[in-house]
Design a binder for this molecule. Structure first.
Ligand SMILES: C[S@@+](CC[C@H](N)C(=O)[O-])C[C@H]1O[C@@H](n2cnc3c(N)ncnc32)[C@H](O)[C@@H]1O
Length: 315
C-alpha cells in the first residue's frame, strides 16, 4: 500500500478542499496512513494509564507519533492546544521533541500529566508540560511561545456527544453515559458542546491563536472526522480547511488516517462503541449510513521564510 504523498490531478479536487474564489478546487498532495494495524487498546497498553479509557475522544498513539515524525524534527517545539489525555505530548516527547499541552478540563490535564510520568523516562518527561486553559485564548495563555512553535498537532472536539461509559451503572439499570460526562464535561465553555456557527467562531479563534504561536514555515495539523447529525453530513474536514485558511494558513497536505487494519486483501474494521451506536440508531431510522473508517488529517503551513533554528532553507 502506498503511503507516500502523491500530487493529485488538477481536475480532481482534494478531499475536503473548498472551492477557491475562481470556482476551481485547489489540489493538495494526498497520503494514506494505516495507523490502526494494532487496536487502540494494544497501542495504549502499558504506555498509557488505564484511566485514559474514560476520555471519550482520544487520538490513536500511532497517528500522533506519525504526525510528529513527519512534520517536526528532534528538538522542535510541539504544541497541542486541546491535549486531552496528552497523546500528542507523550508521543512528541518520546521522539525527543519539546511539547506543551493546553486543556480546558483540569481532570484531563491531570490525566495527561500522569500519562507523561507513566510513559516516559525522566529525561523525556522533562521535555513536556501541561497547562490548564482555554484554547480560544491561546495567545494569552501561551504568550511566551509566540512565533516559536514548529508544529501544532491537535484533534478538536467533533460535536459528537460522546461521553464516559458507566458500565456498572448501566448494568444496575442506570444510564450508560451520565449526562454530565457528555462532550467531555458539563462545562459549557468546552467546545464539545458548541454547534453550528458557535463552533465555527470558537475554532476560528483557536486556529488564529495557532497561527500566532507558530513560526513562519511552522505546521498546523488538525485531526478531524466527518460525522452525521440527523442524517446530514457535518463536513468537519472542509470546515477546518476553511477556518485555517481564514486564519492565514496555506493547505499543504491531506492525510487519510485509516482506522481499519489492513490484512492481506481485506480491511478489518475497528469501530468504537460510539460509532456502532450511532450507525445502528441511524439504520433503525432507515438511513443507509455506513461506518466511517478513517479520519481526515488536515495539514496546513504558516507561509513565510522559515525561521527554524539552524536550518537554512528548511521548512
Ligand atoms: C478530541 S479531544 C482531544 C483528545 C486528545 N488528542 C487525546 O488523545 O487525548 C478534545 C479535547 O479538547 C478539550 N477542549 C474542549 N474545549 C476546549 C477549550 N476551549 N480549550 C481547551 N481544551 C478544550 C476537551 O476537553 C477534550 O479533552
Amino acid at each position: 500500500m502506498a503511503t507516500t504523498p502523491t500530487r493529485t490531478s488538477n481536475s480532481h479536487p482534494a478531499p475536503g478542499a473548498p472551492e477557491t474564489g475562481a470556482g476551481r478546487a485547489e489540489a493538495v498532495p494526498i497520503a494514506l496512513w494505516p495507523v490502526a494495524q494494532a487496536t487502540a487498546a494494544t497501542q495504549r497498553a502499558r504506555r498509557y494509564l488505564p484511566a485514559s479509557t474514560a476520555h471519550p475522544g482520544k487520538m490513536l498513539p500511532a497517528l500522533a507519533a506519525r504526525i510528529v515524525a513527519e512534520y517536526s524534527r528532534p528538538g522542535d517545539l510541539v504544541v497541542d492546544p486541546m491535549c486531552g489525555t496528552g497523546t500528542t505530548l507523550v508521543e512528541a516527547a518520546g521522539l525527543a521533541r519539546r511539547a506543551v499541552g493546553l486543556e480546558l478540563e483540569p481532570k484531563w490535564a491531570a490525566l495527561a500529566r500522569a500519562n507523561l510520568a507513566h510513559a516516559l523516562d525522566p529525561a523525556a518527561r522533562r521535555l513536556a508540560q501541561v497547562r490548564v486553559g482555554d484554547a480560544t485564548a491561546l495567545p494569552g495563555r501561551l504568550a511566551n511561545l509566540a512565533g516559536t512553535v514548529d508544529l501544532v498537532c491537535t484533534s478538536p472536539p467533533y460535536g459528537c456527544e460522546a461521553g464516559i461509559i458507566d458500565k456498572p451503572g448501566w448494568l444496575a439499570g442506570g444510564r450508560l453515559c451520565p449526562p454530565d460526562s457528555r462532550d467531555y464535561s458539563d462545562d459549557p465553555a468546552n467546545l464539545g458542546h458548541a454547534r453550528g456557527d458557535d463552533y465555527a467562531v470558537a475554532m476560528a479563534a483557536v486556529y488564529s491563536g495557532c497561527w500566532a504561536l507558530l513560526r513562519p514555515g511552522g505546521i498546523l495539523v488538525a485531526v478531524t472526522k466527518n460525522t452525521r447529525r440527523g442524517g446530514r453530513l457535518l463536513d468537519l474536514a472542509a470546515l477546518t480547511v476553511t477556518l485555517a485558511r481564514q486564519a492565514g494558513f496555506a493547505y499543504l497536505q491531506h492525510v487519510v488516517a485509516l482506522h481499519a487494519a489492513v490484512r492481506d486483501s481485506a480491511l478489518v474494521g475497528r469501530p468504537s462503541y460510539w460509532q456502532l451506536t450511532a450507525v445502528r440508531a441511524a439504520r433503525a431510522k432507515g438511513l443507509p449510513v455506513h461506518l466511517v473508517a478513517h479520519e481526515d488529517v488536515i495539514v496546513m503551513v504558516k507561509p513565510g521564510p522559515s525561521t527554524r533554528k539552524g536550518a537554512a532553507g528548511g521548512r
